[in-house]
Design a protein around this ligand. Structure first.
Ligand code: IMP
Length: 201
């Protein structure tokens, strides 16, 4: 059975200020106080899992146990069909230590050229794990499908947004107003499931 979140506060198990802010905003309507793993000085665990679920769960569990209260973590990435799902869980790492996403997008384009394929299908995945100090974890996953375009378009958004056009739309995520992207994104789908299962009622 799904465990309902009955506590008053939780740890956002991320050291990424942008992610922490986004998660805080999403949780604010439920009157849940948040503190980030960074604020608590918790170490950042190595993402050794082979799936989005494994990585989200290991981050959430490590923070919940260290802080002795529930913790929420996410893991996300872009999966390119013709590249067997790459960069996938390696999405952040493909941008290198400089976090250069022009370089990461170029890597994808070159990968498709090397494959000699016209298949530009891709999807974003967002996994969200809510863990308790006793080791219980709830996991939810959201997905948005679309096409890759070249050259990248748009200066809004982040990461791989400028080369991704969600199905049924003509703008890339990089060209869309944030509110429009947030209403349809992989992260929004995952959050809706989490809220319905754990925070409502
Ligand atoms: P992690 O979840 O911190 O391991 O990193 C996820 C990586 O996936 C980010 O650094 C981005 O490169 C990519 N990513 C995840 N979600 C999005 C998105 O909504 N738009 C663009 N890139 C994303």
């Amino acid at each position: 059975m799904v465990r309902h979140f009955a506590e008053k506060s939780l740890v956002v198990a991320s050291h990424n200020a942008g992610k922490v802010r986004e998660i805080r905003e999403l949780l604010a309507p439920f009157g849940i106080e948040t503190v980030s793993a960074g604020d608590l000085g918790l170490p950042e665990p190595e993402e050794t899992g082979a799936t989005f679920q494994a990585n989200a769960e290991l981050k959430a569990l490590a923070a919940a146990k260290a802080a002795d209260r529930p913790a929420l973590a996410d893991d996300s990435g872009l999966c390119v069909e013709a590249l067997n799902g790459a960069p996938g869980i390696q999405s952040a790492r493909w941008a290198g230590p400089q976090k250069d996403f022009d370089f990461a997008m170029e890597r994808i384009r070159l990968g498709l050229v090397e494959e000699g394929t016209l298949n530009t299908r891709a999807h974003f995945i967002a996994g969200l794990a809510l863990a308790w100090p006793d080791g219980h974890v709830e996991y939810f996953e959201g997905r948005v499908d679309g096409e890759l375009v070249w050259p990248p378009r748009g200066l809004l958004g982040f990461g791989y947004d400028p080369m991704f056009v969600p199905d049924g739309h003509e703008q890339t995520f990089g060209e869309m107003e944030p509110a429009k992207k947030h209403a349809m994104s992989h992260r929004a789908h995952a959050f809706r499931q989490l809220v319905d299962a754990c925070f409502k009622g």
